[in-house]
Every structure is written in C-alpha cells, then in structure tokens.
Design a protein around this ligand. Structure first.
Ligand code: NAP
Length: 283
C-alpha cells in the first residue's frame, strides 16, 4: 500500500532552528560555537559550511579554527585547553575524521563535558548510559527528535538498531532504552539479521552500506529510519532500498533529507543547552 508518510528532516530542522533562533534573540549574550578542523578533508569542508550556516541563522557567535594537517595531538589539545578556559566560548566541536597520526579518542575527551556539543566524550556518553540529562550525540538525538515531532510512539515498541558505533548505533540504542523501547542492537556479527529486522516496529539502520535493507527484511506497517549515507556518483544514498521498502512502511526517512539535516539541528540545540549548563555552573 502506498499510504506511507515520508519523514521530512528538512522541515523538522527548520522548526528546531526557528525555535532556537527565537530563544537566542531574547538572550543578552549570544551563545558561541567553535569548530576545529585539522587538514582539508572535502566532506568536512561541506559539513563545516552547514554548521556555519546554522550558527548564522540561529544567531550564535561562530568561529572556525582550521589547523594544518601535520599538527600534533598535543598541539590540538593545547588549543582545546585554551577554549575550555575561555568563558566566552560555550561549545567546542572537533570535526571528524582527524588525520591518522592524531589520537581521536584523546582529542574527543579533551573538550570539557559542559562544552562537548558533539556529545561524544566518555563523560557525556556515561551520563546518557545512566539516563541523566547531558549533551547527547547529535545524530541519534536527531532521530529521537524526528520520532517525537512525528508523534511516533517509542515506549513499549520493539526497536531494532543495526550498527553499534559509539557515534550512532550505541547511543541510539541507549536513548531508545531510556525512552521505554525494547531494543535489539544488531551488528556485523549478528547471525540471521533479517530475523530481527522483520520483527521491528521501528527499524533504524546505521550501517553505511547502500541498499542494505531490502523489502523482505522489513515488517509491514513499520517505521524505517535510515541513518546511513553512502556517496556515489549519482549522489547520496542511504542504507535502505527506498523504492521497494517505502510501500511496506507507515513512516520512512529519505536520504538525503531525512536524518542528515537533523544532525546539524541538534548541534544547534546542544550549543544552547551548553550555554545554559555553563550559566548554572557560574551560580
Ligand atoms: P561505522 O562506525 O562504520 O559503524 C557501522 C556499523 O554497522 C558497525 O557497528 C558495524 O558492525 C555495522 N555493520 C557493518 N556491516 C554490517 C552487516 N553486514 N550487518 C549488520 N551490521 C553491520 O559507521 P557510523 O559512524 O556508525 O555511521 C553509520 C552510517 O551513518 C554511515 O553511513 C555514516 O555516513 C552515517 N552517518 C550519518 C550521519 C547523518 O548525519 N545522517 C551522521 C553520522 C553517520 P561492527 O560493529 O560489528 O563492525
């Protein structure tokens, strides 16, 4: 049946950013975001432009620090330390991927938790694990926001997440668990993947393989969220074989225009949250 609804990430991103803009317009001091880039990766340049555009739209102070490819881990940490101690800076994010010689884990944990707007530090991941308020990883947080705004019930539903990265799959499964879903977390070692996906009320694919989820793997009338992004000559492609899967679903996200726009929207949301966390710390 072709009566499925396409989840419009661009529209929800606009709603989120408009709400932030409204709130920021009432603040005396503008919240601020610093993005650190090492090297000149093409994809990173695109993502950073989107972040600058978001900051400009919402009304944040924004700074882009572009560092040379051959900088050392210690030098990056020194720059982060300076930003950690700068009271005028509210959010710091380091654009991934970093060059191979830089220790990504050390760099990610160098940003103090209250400024870690990417939500990727061990500390913020730990708070999520304990179901406490924190700065959450932007992409899974964006998926939660899509589900919330489309009033898709999570509590009591069986949600299958495919992919267990620290960036997406694992925090996704934790947010859903905290929201009362029954979560099955699948990965490359899962035996008979479709046994699980076919039982999903909500299927969230975070794998990064084009056309990986096919119609025979999906339950009738389910919700399918496609986090995957694969770049091909014909453009961006998700994990889900949209043309054959969509008609089996109630709701489905497209690629592009589904989860993608939400990542930058939730970064925007985290910057304001970081600003409020730091205001409280001052008291
Ligand atoms: P990742 O670190 O490569 O993780 C991929 C996950 O998929 C791993 O957990 C892996 O399992 C699992 N996997 C691989 N092959 C599988 C198979 N045959 N069956 C089941 N599971 C399998 O990637 P990521 O950083 O999480 O990103 C996932 C995708 O989301 C990518 O396409 C990325 O570009 C996209 N992404 C999108 C956004 C956005 O804004 N929309 C943001 C971030 C990422 P193992 O752990 O067992 O290896």
């Amino acid at each position: 049946m072709d009566n499925y609804m396409i989840i419009d990430g661009k529209e929800i991103k606009k709603q989120v950013l408009d709400e932030l803009k409204e709130e920021v317009s009432k603040l005396e001091i503008k919240p601020s975001l610093v993005v650190i880039q090492v090297g000149d990766n093409d994809a990173s340049n695109v993502y950073i432009k989107q972040k600058a555009k978001m900051a400009d739209y919402v009304g944040y102070d924004y700074k882009h620090i572009k560092l040379s490819e051959d900088i050392t881990t210690e030098e990056v940490i020194e720059i982060i330390d300076g930003l950690n101690n700068d009271k005028k800076i509210n959010g710091v994010m380091v654009q991934m991927p970093l060059p191979n010689h830089i220790d990504t884990e050390i760099v990610q944990n160098a940003v103090i938790p209250s400024k870690d707007v990417d939500g990727l530090s061990d500390f913020n991941a730990g708070l999520l694990f304990h179901n406490k308020d924190a700065l959450y990883s932007c992409t899974p947080y964006g998926v939660m926001e899509l589900l919330k705004r489309y009033k898709i019930q999570v509590e009591g539903r069986h949600v299958v997440v495919v992919g267990r990265s620290n960036l997406v799959g694992k925090p996704m499964s934790m947010m859903l668990t905290n929201a009362g879903a029954t979560v099955t977390l699948c990965h490359s070692k899962t035996v008979d993947l479709s046994k699980y996906t076919k039982d999903a009320d909500i299927l969230i694919s975070c794998v990064g393989k084009a056309n990986f989820i096919t119609a025979d793997m999906v339950k009738e009338d389910s919700v399918v969220i496609d986090v995957g992004i694969t770049r091909s000559e014909s453009g961006l492609c998700g994990d889900v074989k949209f043309d054959e899967v969509a008609s089996k679903t109630k709701y489905i996200t497209p690629v592009p225009g589904g989860v993608g726009p939400m990542t930058v929207a939730m970064l925007g949301s985290n910057v304001l949250k970081a600003y409020y966390i730091q205001q409280k710390e001052k008291l």
